[in-house]
Design a protein around this ligand. Structure first.
Ligand SMILES: Cc1ncc(COP(=O)(O)O)c(C=O)c1O
Length: 388
């Protein structure tokens, strides 16, 4: 049996050791100096001014959509059907309306022509997911959105280290969200970050992370401006926005500080693995024309070259028999517009109109690609797949 899990050894003994060392002397465990240190390290790694550590990538999504509403008003958010549930639920929660745009097969991200043709005067943001390690952006799209004054929010939860023209994904838009869940490129067990160069956006995110409290802001002018508006309220208990408690802990940050040191090296292995995988996969049977420029995939994306339900069943049966763990439909389990929580809110929308997302939903899956997956196993996996 091949025995390939989705992820392996992502929290290492050295991470646990650093945590034990920290716990021996620590006297503060919730958000504190270690969280700040990790935020600075991530800001430097990504090349942005402000980073906010939160307790998950989904929390990052919920905060981001709420801040878009507060700063730009509720409206339409252009979003892909191949993403994660919280990319959509955060839109509903903030009182926006999702506008689904189909994805392309080459990078599983929204197609730029489709994004641009769905922009209306109600569009408040384009919320683009970089799926499973692929860069989902083009320079043309970034420039076009800037020209039209449409904020771009990047969900980079699955694509740490992916680049567009040598610049890291997550540094192009108004803000970007990353997840450090166990299955991703690096992990803090649970955790996430919101990254931005925009001070006002950042300050609002700070408030949302901690109950909506104004004292969480690091901008003295903003604090004074708000306090002056509410003289009857105590500045230390001034809840400006309907916030959450989405803080991370010092423990998660300690692991993050250790993990970030290994991220680039781990990603080099992932890139090498994915290249080897694609080189040996039969293009007659599987789609192999992925846009790998700048991609850092923690998964091997397997799409049938043709719609063939029986072949797909054979594929999943074979992987199960060999104990190769997989997720059908790729990110988020496939076409999210089919999910009950979406259909209930948008009964008139027909998910089948998203042709590529439908294909990926029914004929796509992914298996794990982690740094210590041996080349031998990758070649065996290709042989297995090609023989189906
Ligand atoms: C694209 C994408 N966005 C958001 C999330 C949510 O991240 P988390 O699991 O940290 O809440 C995930 C999660 O796996 C994801 O794949």
């Amino acid at each position: 049996m091949l025995n390939i899990p989705l992820m392996s050894n992502n929290i290492k003994k050295e991470d646990i050791d650093s945590l034990i060392e920290f716990l021996k002397t620590a006297d503060r465990f919730t958000q504190g100096p270690k969280v700040q240190e990790f935020e600075r390290a991530w800001a430097e790694w990504l090349g942005v001014k402000h980073v906010l550590f939160v307790n998950s990538g989904s929390s990052a999504n919920f905060i981001t959509m709420a801040v878009i509403r507060d700063l730009y008003g509720a409206g339409e958010i252009i979003v892909p059907p191949i993403a994660w549930s919280s990319d959509i639920s955060s839109i509903f929660a903030a009182g926006h309306t999702p506008v689904f745009v189909d994805v392309g097969k080459k990078n599983l991200a929204m197609m730029e022509s489709e994004i641009l043709s769905h922009i209306t005067e109600k569009t408040r943001a384009v919320f683009l997911t970089h799926v499973l390690g692929f860069n989902g952006l083009s320079e043309f799209l970034v420039k076009e959105l800037e020209k039209r004054n449409i904020p771009l929010i990047e969900d980079v939860c699955e694509s740490h280290g992916a680049t567009m023209n040598g610049k890291k994904c997550g540094s192009f838009g108004l803000a970007s969200n990353f997840s450090f869940y166990y299955a991703h490129h690096m992990s803090t067990i649970e955790g996430g970050v919101i990254c931005t160069n925009d001070n006002r956006f950042y300050q609002y995110c700070r408030l949302y992370r901690s109950h909506g409290m104004v004292r969480e802001s690091t901008d003295e002018n903003l604090k004074a401006e708000i306090a002056a508006k509410y003289p009857e309220l105590r500045p230390e208990f001034l809840f400006l926005v309907p916030g959450y408690n989405m803080r991370g802990t010092e423990l998660n940050a300690v692991i993050g500080l250790n993990q970030i040191k290994r991220l680039d090296e781990n990603n080099r292995h992932r890139v090498e693995n994915f290249k080897l995988f694609l080189e040996h996969l039969d293009p007659e049977k599987y789609y192999t024309d992925f846009d790998v420029e700048g991609a850092v995939n923690y998964a091997f994306v397997i799409l049938l070259s043709r719609a063939d339900p029986q072949q797909f069943k054979k594929l999943t049966d074979t992987l199960r028999a060999e104990n190769v763990e997989f997720r059908r439909g790729t990110a988020g389990g496939g076409n999210l517009a089919r999910q009950p929580f979406v259909c209930e809110q948008m009964p008139e929308f027909d998910p089948a109109t998203l042709t590529n997302a439908e294909f990926i939903h029914f004929y796509g899956l992914y298996t794990g690609n982690y740094p210590d997956l041996s080349h031998e196993k990758i070649l065996q996996l290709c042989d297995l797949l090609n023989g189906i």
